[in-house]
Design a protein around this ligand. Structure first.
Ligand code: ISC
Length: 403
């Protein structure tokens, strides 16, 4: 991450390993219900046209596309960026890839990272009060007839910085505080997600499904919070919906799929989640295993970000949230030319929109933060507002440079 120049960096880093990139050798923007399919087709074409010299041969070597897909079929656009330069690290091996040009000065002394100055917050398209009402309405509907088991509702918050935002400031702060999360940046969407939608390495596929949350409270030890979370019927129901949705839709691609019966607890600085690790072996019935984007199209949106049943939940999200999620809660990550890649869910993130800082006459920064919560019939709207606040903390603290 330290090698990234300013501008619009690309990142997918966890525990100091992963990929960072910059420059743009090729770019695709797509939208609509067939965005995954079109992105998949485009990437395969790019790879076919590219002559590759790769003496390293690890996943992530050779040409790479950083991808960030819109949550919804409408509205929202999805982006794939093939950087000119990629620096990667995996299993202690470091490499550098240049794409599309010989003239790039690959790794240079990057310009210094600029702090964002003072940060102020204002309501986004859906305020915390509006969010509470949306959650209460969802609970009312779920307690009536209709059969909706779960819906994930989110809201946004706008942060304005007195100085233009240097994305690297956010990336470095997020990676320092959340090393076990995937710190990502693709086309101005920046975050540190704990949730892995799908990882494909050769014929192996993995997922880390998260749903069901608690957060640190005074007078409660981490062990007490974890035990309470595991025993909470409401959180177990939220989690079961999410784990089921992933497993049921991933299974047709696999000759073997292992889904543990019981969730574990994942502990982060700001929250604790119920977590299920799913592992599978891809089948190659037609001589080729499914591509990562094809599988992502089938599993998205899981009930970690959508709900159960999916069509009703997605409809209710668009009715009650009254905001455009953009690429928040969509798949984000990277793909290589060999079919390997990792796609997380774009959570604990913000969309960077550098704008004029109000009243200063200077160019400052604008960032839209997002956080959402799984709502089930047993949800308490006040607690969901507090949970969303806890999920906004990673970006807020990274913006404010808190240690
Ligand atoms: C939708 C978000 O989180 C999801 C992932 C983990 C736990 C969740 C929950 O307990 O509600 C959410 O399903 C978010 O962080 O914006």
């Amino acid at each position: 991450m330290d090698v990234l120049p300013g501008g619009t960096p690309l990142s997918w880093v966890r525990d100091g390993a992963g990929l960072v990139g910059w420059g743009c050798a090729a770019r695709l923007e797509v939208s609509g219900p067939d965005r995954f399919e079109r992105a998949d087709h485009w990437w395969q074409q790019q790879c076919e046209r590219t002559e590759v010299v790769d003496p390293v041969g690890l996943p992530g070597c050779g040409p790479v596309a950083f991808a960030s897909l819109a949550f919804a079929d409408h509205p929202g656009h999805s982006v794939l960026v093939v950087p000119e330069v990629v620096v990667g690290e995996r299993d202690g091996v470091r490499w550098l890839t240049t794409i599309g040009t010989d003239s790039v000065e690959p790794v240079h002394e990057p310009d210094p990272v600029h702090p964002p100055g003072t940060v102020s917050y204002s309501d986004g398209q859906l305020s915390a009060t509006g969010y509470r009402e949306a959650v209460a309405e969802a609970v009312r509907r779920m307690r009536g007839p209709g059969g909706l088991r779960k819906v994930v509702l989110a809201h946004d918050l706008v942060a304005t910085t007195s100085e233009p935002l240097d994305t690297r400031f956010l990336l470095q702060n997020l990676a320092a505080r959340y090393p076990s999360c995937w710190t990502f940046a693709v086309d101005g969407l920046v975050g540190a997600t704990p949730e892995l939608l799908l990882e494909r390495t050769g014929y192996e596929v993995r997922s880390r499904v998260l749903a069901g949350t608690t957060w640190p409270r005074e007078g409660h030890s981490t062990e007490e919070l974890a035990a309470e979370l595991l025993a909470s019927e409401k959180n177990r129901e939220e989690h079961a919906c999410a784990a089921e949705s992933l497993a049921v839709r991933l299974r047709p691609f696999c000759s073997d799929l292992i889904t543990p019966d019981e969730p574990e607890v994942l502990q982060l600085r700001n929250v604790l989640h119920l977590a299920t690790h799913v592992e599978g072996k891809l089948s190659d019935a037609d001589g080729r295993a499914a591509t990562l984007l094809r599988m992502a199209a089938a599993v998205h949106p899981t009930a970690a970000v959508g709900g159960t049943p999916t069509p009703d939940a997605v409809q209710l999200i668009s009715e009650l949230e009254t905001m455009d999620r953009g690429r928040y809660a969509g798949p984000v990550g990277w793909l290589d030319g060999g079919g390997n890649g990792e796609l997380g869910l774009a959570l604990r993130c913000a969309q960077v929109e550098n704008t004029a800082a109000p009243g200063t006459g200077r160019s400052g920064g604008g960032v839209r933060l997002f956080a959402g919560c799984g709502i089930v019939p047993g949800s308490d709207p006040d607690l969901e507002v507090a949970e969303a606040e806890a999920k906004l903390l990673p970006i807020r603290e990274a913006l404010e440079g808190l240690h």
